[in-house]
Every structure is written in structure tokens, then in C-alpha cells.
Design a protein around this ligand. Structure first.
Ligand SMILES: Nc1nc2c(c(=O)[nH]1)N[C@H]1C(S)=C(S)[C@@H](COP(=O)(O)O)O[C@H]1N2
Ligand SMILES: [Mo]
Length: 251
């Protein structure tokens, strides 16, 4: 059998197995491991479920690849979003008034100022951010692990996801606790040894290096801890599936 037809056979077999019985498989996974993504419905649902469940079962604690300092990209690819008056006012005050709110299933709803965020234990990594459109760059990201802020707010043991938002209202995302508590998931305020520049999401950006670029939301304003994504937006987990992209964008 040639490689091509073998591959075709394997793909067809997979499609038959997981396409036809996707719902049954989903049911089993849901009951056994609770690994059904919020966008598990529809045509792409079984594939989304498989990808997410496989990643979580096999590589729950894996690390995103880190690079050497001399591999940092110059110049960067970058996508600059439009920013409103609320942002410009905060920018005029050197972001002294910027707050990040942590709420939802926590013991204490907590508002962290930029100065407080900067005072916490500092972590950094040199990782690649990859856009779903095909471009990428490598940068050093500096911040505090999101897990640190979640612990300070007192996270509930029933927590399953965090929903996070930008001052740009149409950008919001969510990740499961495996990524929220992952040591490389950082609330960043620095890049390549300097303050995080505004075009790259400054003053504060959530960096989720195990997933595609769109999960790294710029101009971060809030993080809500929850056990259920159904009551956010259209119930698909984030803005991405509402626009046709996967909720889980793990690499
Ligand atoms: N608030 C906000 N966050 C965002 C975006 C955006 O437009 N606004 N774009 C996303 C997408 S699609 C990608 S690929 C990366 C791009 O990161 P960069 O601006 O550092 O290049 O940011 C993500 N986070
Ligand atoms: Mo992107």
C-alpha cells in the first residue's frame, strides 16, 4: 500500500470512527474526564472535542518551547488594534489608573493596579506568538504568573475556567484551569527588557504561550473565574468560536 492510500485509509477510518460516533465519544469523554470544549456542537464539534481531550489527556502539563535570546525577532510582525477614548485617558496618565479585576468564583473580588502587578514575583520567557493567519514572532515576555493573582484572590475549588476581557470590548477569551494555572501563562507588562509597548498590548496583556496568538488578549482588564462558560456571550466560551475559530487553540 502506498503512503498516500494508507494515509487516506487512516483518515477515512478516523473520520468514520469519530465523525459518526462523535457524540457517543463526546459523551464518554464528558462523563469520564469532563473534557468537552464549549464549542463541541456542530460540524466541527467532534474534531474540537478530540483535539482538546487529546491535549489534556496526553500533554496537560507540557511546556511551550522557549528560545534563546539571540532568536528574538526583529522587526516584529504586529497587528495594531483600534483603541477608544477610555484607553487614551488612561494612557495620558501613564496607566497609573489601570486596574485588573479578578472576580467570579474567588474568595475576594480583587482589583490589582499596574503598580501592584509589577511588584509581584517576576517571571519571563522567550516564546513564539503565532497568529492563525500564518505569521509569528519570538519575544521575551515579562510578567507575573496568572496563578499568582488567582491564588491571592482565593480561587474556589470548583473553578474550571477563567474568562478574560480587554478594554477592546469585542476581544474576550477563556481558558481552562490547566492553562490558567500553567507556569508559563503570564500577566505581562514587559517585553524584551522594556515596558510592554501599546501596540503589543501594553500596559497589561495575558500571554498564553501554549495556544495560538488570539488567546493572548491585549489590554487586559478583567479575569472572571467560573465553573461554566454557558452564560458568557453566546455560550461558546469566547469571541473566537463566535467568529468561526476554535475555542481551544492549543499547539
Ligand atoms: N485586545 C486585543 N487582543 C488581541 C488582538 C486584538 O486585536 N485585540 N489580536 C489577537 C490576535 S488575532 C493575535 S495573532 C495576537 C497578535 O499579537 P501582536 O499584536 O503582539 O502581534 O494578539 C491577539 N490579541
Ligand atoms: Mo491572529
Amino acid at each position: 500500500m502506498s503512503n498516500l492510500s494508507r494515509r487516506k485509509l487512516v483518515t477515512t477510518g478516523l473520520a468514520a470512527t469519530f465523525g459518526a460516533s462523535g457524540l457517543a465519544l463526546g459523551d464518554i469523554l464528558a462523563r469520564r474526564y469532563g473534557l468537552i470544549p464549549p464549542d463541541s456542537g456542530g460540524w466541527y464539534g467532534p474534531g474540537e472535542t478530540l483535539t482538546y481531550a487529546a491535549h489534556r489527556l496526553l500533554t496537560r502539563n507540557s511546556m511551550a518551547r522557549e528560545f534563546r535570546r539571540d532568536q528574538i525577532s526583529t522587526p516584529f510582525a504586529n497587528d495594531v488594534g483600534r483603541l477608544g477614548e477610555d484607553f487614551k485617558q488612561l494612557q495620558a496618565g501613564a496607566f497609573a489608573g489601570w486596574n485588573l479585576i479578578v472576580d467570579g468564583m474567588v474568595a475576594r473580588t480583587t482589583s490589582f493596579s499596574l503598580a501592584e502587578i509589577r511588584s509581584f514575583p517576576r517571571r519571563s520567557h522567550i516564546t513564539q506568538i503565532s497568529c492563525e493567519e500564518g505569521w509569528s514572532y519570538i519575544a521575551e515576555w515579562i510578567g507575573v504568573p496568572l496563578s499568582h493573582l488567582l491564588k491571592l484572590a482565593g480561587i474556589d475549588s470548583r473553578a474550571r475556567y477563567v474568562v478574560y476581557r480587554s478594554i477592546q470590548r469585542d476581544w474576550w477569551e477563556s481558558i481552562d484551569m490547566a492553562d490558567a494555572l500553567h507556569p508559563q501563562t503570564l500577566v505581562t507588562y514587559g517585553m524584551n527588557g522594556a515596558d510592554l509597548p501599546v501596540p503589543f498590548g501594553g500596559p497589561v496583556r495575558l500571554r498564553v504561550p501554549r495556544q495560538l496568538g488570539y488567546k493572548s488578549v491585549k489590554y487586559l482588564t478583567s479575569v472572571t473565574v467560573t465553573d461554566d462558560l454557558k452564560r458568557f456571550g453566546k455560550g461558546l466560551g469566547s469571541a473566537s468560536p463566535e467568529g468561526g475559530y476554535a475555542w481551544y487553540a492549543g499547539m
